[in-house]
Design a protein. Structure first.
Length: 603
């Protein structure tokens, strides 16, 4: 007997609990044995996802409930990975919208919900984390309804069912007074609220590629939904792009469906199924895989263009090649081209010499994740400061603008507003959210926000929450002041010495500690003034054979400033670079020699 089918995606703002809720759905649907050891956040399988606690790649899973197979797709919540969410919604017939019971709808909630409503999907709303001490479910429901109205939801979409839940504790209820036992009310609601896929089994096979991954054993794996017809292993198929041009042909060497976190080999797949296929080398995201008789491509959502780019070049520092094995421009180029193929939200351009590559993406986090992944694969490279991508319309220069939502304690609100004003931001809303907190909403140019996150955390003593999302292109806002402080630059190559660092501490904040390897032109700290300063961090104490008349002073070092990859990318100025190797992140000047820097500044 063939199971009935439901295809659904879970969408929400970052950290509102999608992956944790999905863990408990999988456990309660009987997927695991009672004594089986199950990891937390099962769907976050990548190392970076586990470390950062965020979902980066959308992933499908499948559970069985009352003779129905439910394909559920876990989606990223971070705005930089919005390209994944847009494509995934095309595979589904319904969405679960998760909203934090205390935070309410956030910028990414608005973004993903807008995409879902445009596709005609009718969301199920879950007010999650209802067991938080600061939960305010009634107000949050009002805010969600207002959000639906502002996004032009239809009457059918406005009549959304609501559940109250704790994804971590594994329960949901229709009314707050009901006993809190399990997630069965949600599973039953999916069956009654989400329609079966509307499919035509009699037409020739066609599926739309939505996700792309690579497997060391299978090669390129294309994931998507079968829109009509059916296919068997070894069928000959072709791939056509959105213009209807043929880009690939081949045999379906392997077919898979999903069960839990595993891929299950299938002999045959039919319309409505979410499947993974192997055997095609050139087909990519948004292509249609189809029977040889089909010539019309399936419709696909156009992806929002990238708003930010960095230039990646070969590492040419004195320490090049010490850590990584993949150091030449050829291997870096191949890796970046492979990434641009599989990740449609990333763009790739190169210069004529093919030794400098411009990578475009949605934001610093997305580009940072790519560079961190390459670093772990053994690559060495240098990265420029991120810059925004401008547009010109009717002779007017336009730049990307973002909607910035800031939740902050009242005492810090004035310094945050002052800082955002310096970055040419316009305040559009400000309201009290209770417990001495304010929510302030700005419309700000993207380039003004580069590097602001760390300053914001310092200004709010780590208590503020900043969320940003692409809003639109707007008129160019003029000059924005970047980093005001100059750099402390090493005069020579060698090892930093505690005594020298101690003597130089009053010059500014240090980035290196005792025994750190440094080279000429490397940035070893931040100057307390606006100009750059060349210093010697290798100068040890002059020793003599005379006994000291007084006791030696104890060397007391202030701990060096440590920044992560995205913070370092945002920190550098136009004349500086970030050197990335498997074991080190170093800041440096583009020109390592002082006379070259002077010549460049004059020209």
């Amino acid at each position: 007997m063939e199971l009935k089918l439901r295809n659904i995606a879970i969408i929400a703002h970052v950290d509102h609990g999608k992956t944790t809720l999905l863990d408990n759905i999988m456990k309660q649907s009987g997927m695991f044995r009672e004594n089986e050891l199950v990891a937390e956040r099962l769907m976050d399988s990548g190392d970076l996802e586990k470390e950062r606690g965020i979902t980066i790649l959308a992933k499908p899973t499948s559970v069985k409930w009352k003779d129905v197979r439910m394909n559920i797709i876990d989606t990223p919540g971070h705005a930089d990975f919005g390209g994944e969410v847009e494509r995934v919604l095309g595979m589904t017939d319904g969405v679960i919208l998760l909203v934090d019971a205390a935070e309410g709808p956030m910028p990414q909630t608005k973004f993903v919900l807008g995409k879902a409503l445009k596709q005609g999907l009718r969301p199920i709303v879950i007010i999650n984390k209802i067991d938080r001490s600061d939960a305010r479910p009634k107000e949050v429901i009002d805010e969600v309804f207002d959000l639906f109205v502002s996004l032009d939801a239809s009457d059918a979409q406005l009549d959304f069912p609501i559940l109250y839940a704790s994804g971590r504790a594994g329960w949901c209820v229709k009314e707050l007074e009901e006993p809190r036992e399990n997630l069965h009310p949600l599973l039953d609601l999916i069956l009654s609220h989400v329609s079966e896929p509307k499919v035509d089994q009699n037409r020739p096979f066609a599926m739309l590629v939505t996700l792309l991954s690579s497997d060391s054993y299978l090669g390129r794996c294309l994931v998507g939904r079968v829109i009509h017809g059916s296919a068997k292993i070894n069928d000959t198929v072709k791939a056509i792009n959105l213009k209807g041009e043929q880009v690939d042909t081949g045999r379906l060497t392997k077919l898979f469906t999903f069960a839990g976190t595993e891929r299950i080999i299938a002999e045959k797949v039919t319309a409505g199924d979410i499947v993974c296929i192997a055997g095609l080398s050139d087909a990519s995201v948004a292509d249609t895989i189809c029977d040889m008789s089909v010539n019309e491509p399936l419709k696909s959502t156009p992806i929002d263009p990238p708003t930010m780019s960095v230039t990646i070049t070969v590492n040419d520092s004195p320490f090049a090649g010490k850590d990584g094995k993949k150091v030449t421009s050829t291997v870096i180029r191949e890796r970046l081209m492979k990434e641009a193929e599989s990740n449609v939200a990333i763009t790739f351009k190169e210069n004529e010499g093919k030794d400098s590559f411009e990578i475009g993406g949605r934001g610093e986090l997305q580009i940072g994740v790519l560079i961190e992944t390459m670093r772990r694969e053994g690559f060495e490279l240098t990265v420029s400061r991120p810059r925004v991508l401008y547009k010109t319309e009717n002779g007017q220069k336009l730049e990307p603008m973002e909607e910035v939502t800031i939740d902050v304690d009242e005492e810090y609100s004035s310094s945050v507003i002052d800082n955002m004003n310096q970055r040419k931001a316009e305040m559009t809303d400000m309201k009290d959210t209770g417990a001495g907190k304010k929510r302030i909403i700005f419309k700000a140019p993207s380039r003004g926000l580069i590097g602001y996150q760390s300053r914001f955390l310092t200004d709010t003593k780590g208590t503020g929450v900043l969320n940003r999302i692409f809003h639109s292109y707007g008129p160019f806002k003029g000059e924005i002041v970047g980093r005001r402080n100059g750099a402390l630059i090493s005069i020579d190559t060698g090892q930093a010495v505690a005594f020298a660092i101690w003597k130089l501490q009053d010059r500014g904040r240090m980035f290196v500690s005792h025994n750190t390897d440094v080279y000429q032109g490397m940035i070893v700290g931040e100057h307390s003034r606006e100009n750059d300063l060349v210093i010697n961090v290798m100068k040890g104490k002059q020793l003599t054979n005379m006994r000291a008349s007084g006791s030696d002073e104890a060397v007391a070092l202030v701990p060096p400033v440590v920044m992560n990859l995205e913070e370092l990318m945002s920190y550098i100025n136009e004349d500086e670079l970030l050197e990335v190797t498997p074991r080190h992140l170093r800041l440096r000047k583009k020109f390592l020699l002082e006379h070259e820097r002077k010549r460049a500044s004059k020209s």
